[in-house]
Design a protein around this ligand. Structure first.
Ligand SMILES: *[C@@H]1O[C@H](CO)[C@@H](O)[C@H](O)[C@H]1NC(C)=O
Ligand SMILES: *[C@@H]1O[C@H](CO)[C@@H](O)[C@H](O)[C@H]1NC(C)=O
Ligand SMILES: *[C@@H]1O[C@H](CO)[C@@H](O)[C@H](O)[C@H]1NC(C)=O
Ligand SMILES: *[C@@H]1O[C@H](CO)[C@@H](O)[C@H](O)[C@H]1NC(C)=O
Ligand SMILES: *[C@@H]1O[C@H](CO)[C@@H](O)[C@H](O)[C@H]1NC(C)=O
Ligand SMILES: *[C@@H]1O[C@H](CO)[C@@H](O)[C@H](O)[C@H]1NC(C)=O
Ligand SMILES: *[C@@H]1O[C@H](CO)[C@@H](O)[C@H](O)[C@H]1NC(C)=O
Length: 570
């Protein structure tokens, strides 16, 4: 009793004494771009973030945190093909789900986002499908609604509920057509959109986008990204006494950027702001960790930085680095609810009967139903895959393959990691049938180590090949070696595969007999630079294909393990 009464005072004393704490960036490593985060006191003082998913399914991952350091995947807002059936038809890897804004209003969570058909002309009126998903329970993927579609020919939509009772939405037009931040009202019941008007064009850099509005001390603050999502990326702000404007640019813009710096964290921009339990301000943004060779295969990640925001003043953002000192943070605590694991937890999956898929597991577009079965009868403790005719590239490298692409993977979230699985390959018989492991960015950027039935060799071969559009690259086939007879694969019908990040720049692919780690043999290496492209980030996973052969086959994956082996943050 006494202790319970004393605790608040002790807590206060600690707060007064220790004003800063340290943490590491990125807070959401790997493919977690365009972050949008909120603090929800009503849900047990919890922080929530959404990030973009492009063509990966399930999509729009939602992470929660109690301490702003450990982040748990709690649901995927896009988890049913019926929510967005056209995602299958979108061409080009930069299409799909672009930036989301996550907000909490009147007991409901909202995600405002855009399904972009990036292969359509920039001025096509059907290029952007704007969407609102909602739920009262963010901890459950199935609780997220089907989307409300609303008509705005732009992207990066973000809601702001005004005291006047109206919902204002900001967004941006395709900058090649008509740059500028736009605003309109939206009726969430009917989807009716009010007149669209241009509120700010930024400071003059290209691609003003990613707008969010914050109301504070009598001002409406408009935060945007500018300069494009590459080297010139930055965050700028403007403010106005009226929601409609006119907006005055902050004389200290940009408020956050690593452009023209030698920081390991590059392309910094696309921010969102929220207050913590003590009222201190923080920003999240996207950034890439760019190696000396210019590579960042993990893509755009989520970083966090403290912000000082005095009454009536412009907010001041701390520069983003790997080792951060921020506002005082609560003791470490992990959200108990939710479907997934901490983002850094790794995998040790044994496909137990009755176990579903981890929410961390993703496909490229929608999975073909029945091609992925956990622990089927006779093959307990395995993931059964049915091969697709198409390989991971497919026929034009940019469209959904009519009969799907058999692939399941998870995000690479560590600078150094080891990913391993074993395959049962007894059904592989016909030339060009292939199973293996891949580092996959998109259909035109991936490396695959497969066991392949060869037409001209007596034994199956191990083939490491890849595809990329990044210039100055390798030949498609990196290595081809016969499977050593000492591995006795023709008798055991099993093979182990592994991918690891062997040094700062290269992936190493290896294979060996199951249960004999000392006999694992490196087949070849491939540079991360070949996967440094576009808007997504590397996934590691497994695939099964007949390479256009008419005969399908089954294969069984076991012992799925992903271990983080270290993060580089400077
Ligand atoms: C889009 O731009 C193209 C090329 O400039 C033009 O031919 C076409 O009419 C435009 N379409 C619309 C819908 O504005
Ligand atoms: C943005 O730029 C357009 C085109 O140059 C211009 O017509 C418009 O007035 C500008 N908007 C603002 C708010 O300054
Ligand atoms: C970076 O340098 C270039 C070239 O000097 C300049 O045009 C650009 O404005 C700079 N960007 C920032 C954000 O300072
Ligand atoms: C994949 O299949 C296509 C034909 O569907 C073929 O052109 C391509 O070479 C294959 N390669 C890879 C690396 O996936
Ligand atoms: C999506 O594509 C897969 C593979 O082509 C197909 O099996 C599935 O039926 C499609 N789903 C929808 C909802 O269009
Ligand atoms: C099989 O034949 C193809 C094409 O003729 C050749 O590129 C490949 O190296 C051969 N593979 C083996 C294992 O001999
Ligand atoms: C990583 O390993 C590859 C292959 O052995 C080599 O070409 C590359 O230079 C190495 N990179 C670094 C940074 O050591």
């Amino acid at each position: 009793m006494l202790l319970r009464h004393l605790l608040p005072f002790l807590g206060l004393a600690v707060e007064v004494l220790a004003t800063h704490s340290t943490y590491l960036n990125p807070i959401l490593p790997g493919f977690h771009p365009d972050p949008s985060c909120i603090f929800v006191p009503e849900l047990d003082d919890t922080y929530f973030c959404a990030s973009s998913s492009f063509l990966v399914f399930p999509g729009i991952p939602i992470h929660a945190s109690k301490d702003l350091r450990s982040w748990k995947l709690i649901s995927n807002a896009l988890s049913r093909p019926s929510q967005l059936s056209l995602l299958n038809t979108t061409k080009r890897a930069t299409s799909g789900i672009w930036a989301s804004t996550l907000r909490y209003h009147d007991g409901t969570f909202y995600i405002f986002t855009t399904h972009v058909f990036d292969d359509y002309p920039k001025n096509a009126t059907n290029r952007f499908d704007n969407l609102v998903f909602s739920t009262k329970n963010p901890y459950s993927s199935s609780a997220w609604s089907d989307p409300l579609h609303f008509n705005f020919i732009g992207y990066d939509v973000s809601p702001f509920w005004h005291d006047d009772g109206k919902l204002y939405v900001t967004g941006t037009f395709a900058w090649e057509v008509s740059p500028g931040i736009q605003m309109f009202t939206l009726d969430l019941k009917s989807g009716a959109v009010g007149p669209v008007h241009n509120v700010w064009n930024g400071t003059g850099a290209s691609a003003p986008e990613g707008p969010h509005i914050y109301h504070r001390d009598g001002y409406y603050y408009l935060l945007i990204a500018e300069g494009g999502t590459g080297a010139g990326h930055m965050v700028s702000m403007a403010r106005s006494k009226s929601i409609d404007g006119p907006y005055t640019s902050n004389p200290n813009n940009p408020v956050l950027t690593n452009a023209n710096s030698t920081s390991y964290f590059q392309n910094l921009g696309h921010a969102d702001l929220y207050q913590d339990r003590r009222g201190k301000w923080w920003a999240v943004a996207l950034s890439v960790r760019e190696g000396v060779d210019g590579s960042y295969p993990m893509g755009r990640e989520t970083v966090m930085t403290p912000v000082t925001w005095e009454r009536g003043q412009w907010p001041v953002f701390e520069p983003v680095t790997g080792q951060m000192s921020g506002w005082w943070l609560d003791e470490e605590d992990v959200p108990r609810r939710g479907e997934g694991s901490l983002v850094t937890a790794g995998d040790d999956v044994h496909f137990i009967p009755g176990e579903g898929f981890k929410p961390e597991f993703v496909h490229w577009r929608f999975p073909v139903p029945g091609s992925y079965v956990v622990s089927p009868k006779g093959h307990e403790g395995s993931l059964q895959l049915v091969s697709s005719e198409s390989n991971l590239t497919g026929h034009d490298g940019r469209s959904a393959e009519p009969k799907g692409q058999t692939f399941i993977g998870r995000r690479q979230v560590d600078s150094f990691f080891k990913f391993g699985v074993t395959f049962d390959v007894k059904e592989l018989q016909v030339p060009e049938q292939e199973v293996g492991v891949t580092v996959f960015l998109d259909q035109l950027h991936h490396y695959d180590l497969g066991l392949v039935i060869s037409s001209n060799a007596s034994a199956p071969i191990l083939r490491l090949r890849g595809i990329t559009t990044v210039p100055a690259f390798i030949s498609p086939t990196i290595a081809t070696v016969p499977v050593p007879s000492s591995w006795r694969v023709s008798e055991t019908k099993q093979l182990a595969f592994q991918i690891r990040m062997s040094n700062l720049t290269h992936y190493t692919f290896s294979a060996g007999p199951v249960g004999k780690p000392s006999l694992m043999q490196d087949v070849g290496v491939a540079p991360g630079l070949g996967l440094t492209w576009g808007f997504a980030g590397a996934l590691v996973g497994v695939y099964a294909t007949s390479n256009d052969g008419p005969v399908g086959f089954k294969t069984w994956v076991r012992n799925w393990k992903y271990d983080g082996m270290g993060q580089i943050v400077d």
